[in-house]
Design a protein around this ligand. Structure first.
Ligand code: 5RP
Length: 219
């Protein structure tokens, strides 16, 4: 199976985790696009969605799914999103699509994070994928210096402004053996909006697309 077929497989499988009558938290990316397409088949059975990006909002609305403002919603049983990497504890690197801040907000609103990913995303230790960090433009160099002091090599993502008007630094060379500690450390630096480590909001379930079918990991 191709990577696109694996993404479609897990996108369809995630529909089983949607709670009837609820609002669904929806992430961002090519795997989530497959989920949104599958969700449109059962749109009459949900109230709508809270979205983590302008791109996902546009896709949801184009398929006739109501998108709620996050501030209007009190209860979100599940948040369904992809990942750039996921380890065997459900910790993730996210933000390859630059949507990490809104993704972390919607993940935090939800009771359970269901990750959908093809098997290439499963790693022993996070860090091979460059870690995205969303920064306020004024703090770009301050944060870059601190990331270098941690042993990383930050690179400004060229031509990208996030949905929140900020910049992304992609940090290579990090070996993230303690995701929760590194997330807590980087998050507190002035000028950092969001770091793309999702340990505090880690996945509770991962639907992994493999050549043998969907493998379900629970954490
Ligand atoms: C966007 C993300 C995505 O979930 C991540 O980049 C995975 O994307 P894809 O499903 O296209 O591989 O974090 O900010």
């Amino acid at each position: 199976m191709t990577q696109d077929e694996l993404k479609a497989l897990v996108g369809r499988a995630a529909v089983d985790y949607v709670v009837p009558g609820s609002v669904v938290g929806v992430g961002t990316g090519s795997t989530v696009n497959c989920f949104i397409d599958a969700l449109s088949q059962i749109k009459d059975r949900i109230r709508g969605a809270v979205s983590s990006s302008v791109k996902s909002t546009e896709r949801l609305q184009a398929l006739g799914i109501r998108v709620f403002d996050a501030n209007e919603v009190e209860s979100l049983p599940v948040y369904i999103d992809g990942a750039d990497e996921i380890d065997h504890g459900g910790n993730m690197i996210k933000g390859g699509g630059a949507a990490l801040t809104r993704e972390k907000i919607v993940a935090d609103m939800a009771e359970r994070f269901i990750c959908i990913a093809d098997e290439s995303k499963l790693v022993d230790v996070l860090g091979r994928f460059p870690l995205p960090v969303e920064v306020i433009p004024m703090a770009r160099e301050l944060v870059a210096r601190r990331l270098r002091a941690l042993g990383g090599e930050p690179k400004l993502r060229a031509g990208v402004t996030t949905d929140n008007g900020n910049l992304i630094l992609d940090v290579s060379g990090l070996h993230i053996s303690n995701p929760a500690a590194m997330e807590a450390e980087i998050t507190q630096w002035p000028g950092v909006v969001t770091v793309g480590i999702f340990a505090r909001n880690r996945a509770r379930v991962c639907l992994l697309g493999t050549a043998q079918g969907v493998r379900t990991l629970e954490f």
